[in-house]
Structure formats: structure tokens, C-alpha cells
Design a protein around this ligand. Structure first.
Ligand code: ASP
Length: 349
């Protein structure tokens, strides 16, 4: 076991179960612990790790909105500007929408060169058997010492890339899974990091929080009435991610979605088809029911998760609404959100 060296990190608190307390007035949990209380609840202190603390918000992450993603990215920029010699940053956050917030930060803060680590808990830190102390200590360990230069989620002994992660379990300590490929690393006696992660580096960080929050996520199910699509466009949405079945298939006969998609696109709304499956890829050219979407101009999410597709589309539409540029940006791999693009995976045409 190597000897711990001095390190300096920032801890940003945004709420979530990890800092929640029981509220007798509602007989339920709500965020309530301050960032200082999070730290003092750790059983053995932090040795040589200096921690700079910031309160960012006190939210149950079910209440997080896209402007909160921008506020978190803004808080990262402020603390980085104030304390440039940080070794890394930890952000405590609710697990419900951690994947969205951490994915948004991944797009908004690129080339940071140090770990930006999201963590949280399934059980409040004030409960004796909480997973909070372990997750928080693991996150601090990664931020302080790991050779990692990207945004990640540290939870239950694993290090995940947010755009490749899904919340899979609502009760178990093992809330998150990396989906194709496996995690970026694991924590045990050593922090083990795999080859495909981005190591620490000294590029100049780029902060770009532009966002269009008018992106809709529509899950296809048997019986979905196609007139939902023009309604979504009429509500002012600029982009729709349609979560199709399997490889991105949509109904093309009874209750066909094809003409609604075509009309939405002709009105300047961008339509991307992703998959409801956690593992595998969208491949719209495989079946006639996928071609139906492709032929009327929908884009494919390729190997991106629906969560990453929603966040990326919001980020892309914050930069441009030029159709060729949107298409180009959506099929560009910025931060490892599309690990198969450019490899063996054939892109839909
Ligand atoms: N509802 C909580 C939240 O997302 C759940 C959690 O943190 O585990 O804030």
C-alpha cells in the first residue's frame, strides 16, 4: 500500500440522499446536511487531504433542471479559478438524475485534466449503515490521487463514465452500471484504472455551458398515438429523442410514427432515435421498422444511451440549429460518449 501524499480537493454539495435528513412534517427524506456536516460525519477524517468546501444547492435531484447543470458547471469554474492548484473536485449529488447532471458537466467542462467526481448514496449519511461515508471517501480518494483527467461517477467501488452509465437499481448499494464498455476503474486496496480512461493532463480547460433546454424524451410503447409528436412540436420543443424498441424500431404500420417525425423535421425540430435497451446499439438500417424512421430524416443515436443523447442534443442545440451542423455534432464523439463510432460499428445512412 503506497503512502498517502498531500493533496487538495474541492467538495461541492448539491444535495441528494447522501445529505438528506428525515423531515417529520412530511414523514419523508429531504436534503438538509451542509457540506461541512458531510465532512464531519466521515469516521476517520481525511489525513493529508485538504478540502475546500462550497455549497452549490440543496436539491433532491429529482428537482434538478437543465439550468442546475449550468450552475454546477459554473461552480466548478469558480472554484477552479479561485484555487487553480486543486488536484480534483468532488460533487455530492442525488442518484436519481446524477447521470444527467454528470453527463452535462462532461460536455460543458472539457479538457479539465483532473478528476471531476460525482458521488452520492442510497441511504442518508446520518444512518449508521449508509453507503455515504464509503462513497464520499472513495470519491475524495479518486479526486485527490487517481490518474484520471475526466468527469466520472464514483459509486459502490466503481468509477464510471457518466455518458456510459445508467441508474439501474433503486435500492441496492450498486445503483449504477456502466453500459458497453465496463467501468473506467475500480477501488479496492488500490485504485485500478483501465486503459480507455483519459489520464490527467495539462490542456487548457474549456467551459461552455450553452444549452437549449427544449429537448423531449419520448418512450415508444405499443398503443402510442402518433399525434403526440405534433403536440410536442407545438409546445415549442426543438428536439425529440424517441426511445425506440430494440435497435431503435418504431411502429410503421398501425399508429405509424413516420409521418409525425417527417412533419416535425420539416418544422425545424430535430429527431433522434435511441434504444430502450440498456446494452447494445441503435441500428436503424437493420429492420424495415427502423428504416421507417431513417427514411423520413431521423438521426440515429448510434451507441449512445438515451440519457446521454438527451443531454448532448440539448448541448448541441445550444450551439447551433443548422441541420448539417447538428447532424455532424451529434455523430461526433466528444468525450467518449460514443465509444464504437469510428471502430467496428457501421453508422446508419
Ligand atoms: N431522490 C434522491 C435524489 O436523487 C435519491 C438519491 O439521492 O439516491 O436526490
Amino acid at each position: 500500500m503506497s503512502k498517502a501524499r498531500n493533496a487538495k480537493i474541492a467538495l461541492l454539495n448539491t444535495g441528494g440522499t447522501i445529505g438528506s435528513v428525515y423531515d417529520p412534517s412530511t414523514d419523508s427524506l429531504r436534503p438538509g446536511l451542509s457540506v461541512k456536516q458531510l465532512l464531519t460525519s466521515l469516521p476517520k477524517g481525511l489525513g493529508q487531504v485538504e478540502v475546500i468546501t462550497r455549497e452549490v444547492m440543496e436539491l433532491d435531484s429529482a428537482n434538478a433542471q437543465p439550468h442546475h447543470w449550468q450552475e454546477i458547471a459554473g461552480a466548478i469554474k469558480s472554484v477552479h479559478d479561485e484555487v487553480p492548484d486543486l488536484d480534483g473536485i468532488v460533487i455530492t449529488h442525488g442518484t436519481d438524475t446524477m447521470v444527467y447532471s454528470a453527463s452535462a458537466v462532461s460536455f460543458m467542462v472539457q479538457d479539465f485534466g483532473k478528476p471531476i467526481v460525482f458521488t452520492g448514496a442510497q441511504i442518508p449519511l446520518v444512518t449508521p449503515w449508509s453507503d455515504g461515508p464509503r462513497n464520499l471517501l472513495d470519491a475524495i480518494r479518486v479526486a485527490a490521487f487517481a490518474d484520471l483527467g475526466e468527469t466520472c461517477i464514483v459509486f459502490n467501488g466503481e468509477i464510471h463514465r457518466p455518458t456510459r452509465t445508467k441508474k439501474m437499481r433503486s435500492d441496492s448499494y450498486d445503483a449504477f452500471d456502466s453500459v458497453d464498455p465496463a467501468p473506467l476503474g475500480t477501488l479496492g486496496r488500490d485504485v485500478v484504472l483501465f486503459e480507455r480512461r483519459t489520464p490527467r493532463h495539462n490542456l487548457v480547460p474549456r467551459f461552455d455551458t450553452r444549452l437549449d433546454d427544449r429537448v423531449f424524451l419520448l418512450k415508444v410503447f405499443p398503443g402510442l398515438r402518433p399525434d403526440i409528436i405534433p403536440r410536442i412540436v407545438d409546445m415549442g420543443y426543438h428536439g425529440i429523442v424517441i426511445e425506440g424498441f430494440g435497435t431503435g424500431n418504431i411502429p410503421s404500420e398501425e399508429n405509424s410514427l413516420a409521418s409525425g417525425i417527417k412533419q416535425a423535421i420539416s418544422q425545424g425540430c430535430f429527431v433522434i432515435v435511441s434504444s430502450q435497451c440498456a446494452f447494445g446499439q441503435t441500428n436503424l438500417s437493420l429492420y424495415a421498422v427502423g428504416r421507417a424512421a431513417l427514411d423520413v430524416g431521423a438521426m440515429s443515436a448510434y451507441d449512445m444511451t438515451s440519457e446521454a443523447t438527451v443531454v448532448k442534443l440539448a448541448w448541441v442545440l445550444g450551439h447551433t440549429r443548422d441541420p448539417a451542423k447538428v447532424r455532424e455534432m451529434m455523430s461526433t464523439d466528444y468525450i467518449g460518449e460514443m465509444p464504437l463510432v469510428g471502430q467496428e460499428f457501421a453508422i446508419d445512412h
